[in-house]
Design a protein around this ligand. Structure first.
Ligand SMILES: Nc1ncnc2c1ncn2[C@@H]1O[C@H](COP(=O)(O)OP(=O)(O)OP(=O)(O)O)[C@@H](O)[C@H]1O
Ligand SMILES: [Mg+2]
Length: 236
């Protein structure tokens, strides 16, 4: 592992203004966020604050908020967010040098909205491959070294079997000493054995077992009988 805890301090803030209006951000300010496993998944409804959180974690660690590798930091026109600027980390023994020395930091930030642009800057040619293939090329070529890998919905472009491949890359990366923090809606990814799952929502953040995740329960019921859901949505 690279980092054991993230935290941010602010003497005062306006609870009605983003990002302080987001419950998980306020919990981070009050309690910090502890990482207890090499892989942490953040799961929650649209708008619950997952991207707000992962972007700030990536920025705080020195990864470009636009997405990409550690050596692309601040190459983008996007400024640092108010939360990212204040984010601090308690290092794990393996991550001490990375957290204390800017030049020793290694990692990668996959930001859903700008992933293809960022891959282009990384030397991958997004025009010559499909959306999902581009992501896979990046995972194969970038998930190699111990570092902090922050991913925002990496499953967005991936098929079922490509998601399984991604799990394999994440697993190998953590065996090399890397750490992954990943926002996701995927019941497939979150099933990775040993991963920590944090459910983000109106309550803030809480740790949940995979079997108890709302998204897993919904998918289980939907696949068993789609009609149970669709009768409320589609007119007969
Ligand atoms: N730059 C911004 N300025 C103001 N409000 C924002 C900004 N970015 C996000 N928000 C708001 O913060 C809340 C959390 O958004 P966020 O993008 O973090 O959610 P999310 O959990 O990643 O959702 P999704 O699953 O749709 O990706 C939302 O209410 C959103 O409208
Ligand atoms: Mg998001």
């Amino acid at each position: 592992m690279i980092v054991e805890r993230a935290y941010a301090h602010l003497s005062s803030y306006d609870e009605d203004t983003w990002p302080w209006s987001v419950p998980c951000v306020r919990q981070l300010l009050n309690e910090g966020l502890r990482f207890t496993a090499p892989v942490t998944f953040l799961v929650g409804e649209n708008g619950s604050g997952k991207s707000t959180l992962v972007e700030a974690l990536a920025e705080g660690f020195g990864l470009d908020s636009y997405g990409g590798s550690h050596d692309w930091r601040y190459a983008s026109p996007r400024g640092k967010s108010t939360l990212g600027e204040r984010m601090k980390f308690d290092a794990a023994p393996r991550g001490r040098r990375m957290v204390t020395s800017w030049s020793a930091r290694k990692g990668f930030f996959l930001r859903a909205e700008t992933a293809l642009d960022a891959l282009g800057r990384e030397g991958f040619s997004p025009d010559s491959v499909s959306h999902g293939e581009g992501f896979l090329v990046a995972f194969r070529g970038k998930f190699l070294h111990a570092g902090l890998y922050v991913l925002d919905e990496p499953e967005a472009a991936l098929s079922f079997s490509s998601c399984l491949e991604l799990i394999g890359h994440i697993d190998r990366l953590t065996k090399e000493g890397g750490q992954v923090i990943c926002a996701t809606h995927s019941p497939l990814l979150t099933a990775l054995p040993g991963a920590d799952i944090i459910e983000v929502g109106e309550h803030g953040m809480r740790r949940v077992a995979w079997r108890e995740l709302g998204v897993v329960d919904h998918w289980r019921r939907y696949l068993a009988d789609p009609h149970v859901y669709l009768r409320h949505i589609v007119e007969p």
